[in-house]
Design a protein around this ligand. Structure first.
Ligand SMILES: C[S@@+](CC[C@H](N)C(=O)[O-])C[C@H]1O[C@@H](n2cnc3c(N)ncnc32)[C@H](O)[C@@H]1O
Length: 477
């Protein structure tokens, strides 16, 4: 199913099936890998300290070459696999090991779940300071989804000039060098189809490619989204600066090739730096949004709003959060995006929830949340637009539960402190970053008022090292 790109030669030592590891010259050392770090490297100990071995799995014995030494740790790569993990598998994608997108294609599904549960366990123990056995959680479950491949409903591709032509691809790990690809096996089929069309049309556009060092040129990123249960699709080009009439005209050919796409947009990002999207989006076709269906809910998102990338697992996670929150009459929901979780929490089709106050800082997402609530007949969610740390300052006690689902950086310290002041019976924390989750849980449990009542991980991003976690804290005094 996944064809090797013509002319592509996987670099040595990074296509890491059992037979793929090849000899390299240089000083080597034998290491036994203990576990996998949050960036997907194997962690081993040598006389010189901790070594992060890229591509190595727990329990494996490897001959490794140290590639970099730092004061507290070293980086290494596998030269020879002396003892492979029994669940090591051949990676499906020809650019695995080069592309920064996936880190765990060489581990079976079961091993990926084990590794992710271990990362969550480690973070809660080391950063959160929680004794998980004492708290009653000797094991943490990582719930698999129905799809290991083809699950992503969204993809962003940087565009670079290669041999004089614009090319969309993915970045290599820890770099801004582009990896070229024909398709990506974790992306849903509609995204791969759209990607092929755009890739074919890009050289015909009279738009120059953005140069991040010079901060010059127009084409920066390609964004693709698809409603996997509705068939709706969104294509957006992120551009730097204003496009004159001739440049806009050259987009017409691309628009014609994408005639079946529901909505086409241009997102304007004229700021230097790594942030992909700008604040202004121009709609070229459709109404700028697409709808995805999760269980009974029809939910709209647009180019810039957050929407979980794995439709089926998002539904499973939201159902779990709803179940944990169901005895709460009044809920304060922070970081609510377009209101996907808010709909589940509202208890519109089940449960005893009286009201949800939903706080989101991005005004575009709040507008979509209002539409989503209306279109789904939800009448008991009050959307508030603003930063959680500011909006919360005007709120008083009286919430049975606070549900928060912040970005990777976790919540601001003042948010955690204000939650403690509001004294809800339950705090439900949804997180895509175990490290910041653990840091924030430590603050929330620091006064002894809250105890850990549930922790469950969800494999929202199979083949990658990323994991989503839901933690329930209950007030104990
Ligand atoms: C991980 S998403 C969660 C969205 C939603 N719960 C969902 O499942 O679709 C985090 C959301 O928090 C918003 N956000 C980021 N920082 C914020 C802040 N300081 N205050 C309020 N919202 C914020 C982002 O715009 C984004 O919509």
């Amino acid at each position: 199913m996944h064809h090797q790109r013509k002319g592509f030669c996987p670099p040595k030592n990074i296509g890491i099936g059992v037979d793929d590891v090849q000899d390299v010259k240089g000083e080597t050392t034998e290491l036994t890998v203990e576990k996998v770090s949050s960036d997907g490297s194997g962690i081993a100990r040598s006389a010189g300290g901790v070594v992060f071995v890229s591509g190595a799995l727990p329990g494996e014995v490897v001959e490794a070459e140290i590639t970099q030494r730092k004061r507290d740790f070293a980086l290494a790569r596998v030269v020879r696999l002396k003892k492979a993990h029994p669940q090591r598998v051949a990676p499906a994608c020809p650019v695995f090991g080069v592309c920064g997108g996936c880190q765990l294609q060489h581990a079976s599904r079961e091993l990926q779940l084990e590794i992710k549960a271990g990362i969550v366990r480690d973070a809660l123990t080391r950063i959160g300071g929680i004794d998980l056995c004492k708290a009653g959680f000797p094991d943490i479950a990582c719930i698999p989804g129905p799809q290991q491949w083809g699950y992503r409903n969204k993809a962003s591709f940087p565009i670079r000039k290669i041999r004089g032509k614009p090319v969309a691809g993915f970045y290599q790990a820890l770099s801004h060098r582009l990896v070229q690809l024909e398709s990506c096996p974790v992306n849903a089929e509609p995204l791969n189809r759209l990607f092929a069309i755009v890739q074919r049309e890009l050289p015909g556009l009279s738009l120059d490619v953005y140069d991040e060092r010079e901060h010059r040129g127009a084409l920066r990123h390609l964004i693709l989204r698809s409603g996997l249960h509705t068939g709706e699709t969104l294509v957006s080009l992120v551009v730097n600066g204003r496009l004159n009439a001739a440049k806009m005209k050259s987009l017409m050919g691309l628009c014609r090739s994408l005639k079946n796409v529901t909505t086409l947009t241009l997102n304007h990002n004229s700021r230097p730096g790594n942030v992909i999207l700008g604040d202004r989006t121009e709609v070229l076709r459709g109404n700028g949004t697409i709808t995805e269906r999760l269980d009974e809910w029809a939910l709209r998102c647009d180019t810039t709003s957050f929407f979980q990338v794995n439709t089926e697992q998002a539904a499973a996670l939201y159902r779990h959060v709803r179940e944990l929150a169901q005895e709460s009459g009044t809920i304060l929901e922070l970081y609510s995006g377009v209101g996907s979780l808010s709909c589940y929490l509202s208890g519109t089709f089940s449960g005893s929830v009286k009201s949800v106050t939903a706080v989101e800082e991005w005004s575009g997402a709040v507008e979509l949340m209002k539409e989503n609530l209306k279109n789904n007949g939800v009448t008991n969610v009050l959307p508030l637009c603003g930063r959680a740390e500011e909006v919360m300052m005007n709120l008083r006690e009286g919430y049975d539960a606070v549900v928060l689902d912040p970005p990777r950086g976790g919540c601001d310290r003042v948010v955690a402190e204000k939650i403690l002041e509001l004294r809800p019976a339950r705090v439900l924390y949804v997180s895509c970053n175990p490290a910041t989750l653990a840091r924030d849980v430590k603050i929330l449990s620091s006064q002894g008022d809250y105890g850990l009542k549930s922790v469950r991980a969800f494999d929202m991003f199979p083949q990658t090292v990323h994991v989503e976690t839901v933690v329930l804290l209950e007030r104990v005094r």
